[in-house]
Design a binder for this molecule. Structure first.
Ligand code: HEM
Length: 505
């Protein structure tokens, strides 16, 4: 047989294999669908369903206009709570049905993984609890979790120290300040101290200093994430020198502290942190992980998960508080019960109205406003299909299921006609909707096995900051022009910052 005949035969066989595979997959899918009584959900109107160029374009325009979350709400309201669409050849199902979200995150947890997250985030943070799946993830989570027990997060000394630095930067003459900028530096300082034993010292850092370089690099890299998330595996083929350089700066900073830590442990010299009693996450993880690169990656994963989310919660809280003086007054009255003393962890837990305010901010402005999972196998969502939109929906292996926490937590059928308004009282036990139990309709910290491990840390830091602001300032005046706009990086903050004027108490 000549080589050209052999080549032809090989091509024909490959083609046959491909076609046979597609047919077989279609037959398996069709059997699976009818076995589970699945019906298709409504399809989002698209000009073409191969590349989804119109959706890609309108998505990019909405991000630029800082209203992509509202666009997602409108798309859902005009289509259905669960609908299908196509982008870059990928079959996507979007849902805000609590039963579907519970299925993805909890009941059928093992049917899904994180999809292309490692391709998007890997160059910055590497492999860790936030970017891995399966047994590897379970091992990492088990290692990280003990660092977030009540004992660790209840000691408020570190938060008070970093709040002190923030306070020193706040003008007391009523001039305008962007609190959001300061909160991002404060949460970076506290998170780096908690994780690495050394605060990066971003608050008040001079331009061009090591801290400033680190913060700029970390922020820049994170702002690339929405685009990188969209591109997934394609990121590999698109050069981005600025992103690469930013990752290098972040790695160099983290490596310094990891190496310093490992050296001090080997020499059995005093630890690099000044207070020996201080809790340091790196110290605990270093007992189980020896490889410096892995240590860096485990720590950066948690830093990525925890820093911007808490800063976003704080900046959105102060954005709305400055526009709701009645709520600020009520909060201050509650905080007054502490008679001006520094709050303890138990004090923070006892402030019921503060808890309502945080619940309401997390509902309307969830720091993780959109999320997604990829189906590892053919699987089923319990609702959203067919003409009644209540039939089970088939999710073919490889499909992406997107869920908008932002849209979910603004559903009027869950939160009533005032769903889009900021009303902390809806969370009090004597509210007209008592008892408000949205279940899987309220998931700012996610749910199921991958529920946020830093929830108590974040709520403690945010509560402490709000209480201390109430104790220090009697008035909080909004200096923001125009309505709230989204600020989307990897997480959600206020798109135009949080500009306020402060009147000292
Ligand atoms: C208001 C603040 C916060 C919010 C709203 C929040 C929200 C979330 C959400 C929604 C997830 C699930 C992500 C997913 O599965 O795709 C998550 C995971 C995670 N969060 Fe948070 N988070 C916050 C603060 C923190 C803090 C302060 C830390 C640590 C210092 C932290 C550490 C983590 C980690 C390590 C994971 C990954 C858990 C896993 O995959 O097993 N978070 N967070």
């Amino acid at each position: 047989m000549s080589s050209s005949t052999l080549l032809l035969l090989l091509c024909a066989l490959s083609l046959f294999y491909l076609v046979a595979n597609i047919i077989l997959r279609k037959i398996t899918a069709s059997r699976f669908k009818s076995h589970h009584s699945c019906l298709d959900p409504p399809a989002l109107p698209q000009r073409e369903r191969i590349i989804g160029l119109d959706l890609l374009k309108s998505g990019a325009a909405a991000v630029k206009a800082k209203n992509s979350l509202e666009c997602a709400v409108r798309r859902i309201e005009s289509t259905a709570n669960t609908y299908s669409n196509t982008i870059l050849g990928l079959n996507i199902i979007t849902t805000i049905d609590p039963a579907n979200i519970q299925t993805i995150l909890a009941q059928k947890f093992s049917d899904y993984d994180l999809g292309g997250r490692i391709h998007a985030w890997g160059p910055l943070v590497g492999k860790g609890v936030f970017t891995s799946d399966g047994p590897e993830w379970a091992h990492r989570r088990a290692m990280i979790r003990p660092n977030f027990s009540k004992q660790q997060v209840a000691s408020l000394g570190m938060f008070e120290r970093h709040f002190g630095h923030l306070l020193a930067l706040l003008p007391r003459d009523g001039s305008t300040v962007d609190l959001q900028k300061l909160f991002f530096s404060m949460t970076l300082d506290s998170a780096t101290e908690f994780l690495f034993g050394q605060s990066v010292g971003a608050q008040g850092a001079g331009s061009g200093s090591e801290a400033d370089r680190f913060q700029r690099a970390f922020d820049f890299a994170q702002h690339q994430m929405p685009d990188r998330n969209r591109l997934g595996v394609m990121n590999r083929f698109i050069p981005n020198a600025k992103f690469k350089a930013a990752c290098k700066v972040v790695h160099a900073w983290a490596d310094t502290y990891v190496e310093q830590w490992l050296r001090s442990r080997d020499l059995e010299s005093p630890k690099p942190n000044s207070e020996n009693s201080k809790y340091v996450c790196l110290e605990q993880i270093a007992d189980q992980v020896q490889d410096p690169r892995q240590l860096r990656e485990e720590m950066l994963n948690v830093l990525l998960a925890g820093r911007d989310t808490t800063a976003g919660l704080l900046s959105n809280t102060f954005h709305v508080l400055s526009r709701h003086p009645d709520v600020w007054e009520k909060l201050r009255a509650e905080v007054d019960t502490l008679e001006g003393r520094l709050p303890t962890y138990e004090d923070l837990k006892s402030l019921k109205y503060l808890k309502c305010v945080l619940c309401e901010v997390l509902r309307l402005y969830p720091p993780v406003p959109t999320n997604a999972r990829c189906a590892k196998v053919n699987t089923v969502l319990p609702t959203g299909g067919g003409p009644t939109r209540t039939s089970p929906v088939f999710v073919p292996k490889g499909s992406i299921v997107v869920y908008s926490i932002y849209a979910l937590q603004r559903r009027q059928d869950i939160y009533g006609p005032t769903a889009k308004q900021f009303i902390p009282e809806r969370w009090t036990s004597d509210s007209p909707d008592d008892p408000l139990r949205p279940g899987w309709g309220y998931i700012p910290f996610s749910g199921g096995p991958r529920i946020c491990v830093g929830q108590q840390y974040a709520l403690t830091e945010a509560s402490h900051t709000i209480v201390r602001m109430c104790q220090n300032f009697k008035e909080l005046q909004s200096r923001d022009q125009g309505p709230w706009k989204e600020g989307l990086g990897l997480t959600l903050c206020s798109g135009e910052g949080t500009h306020v004027g402060l009147v000292p108490a």
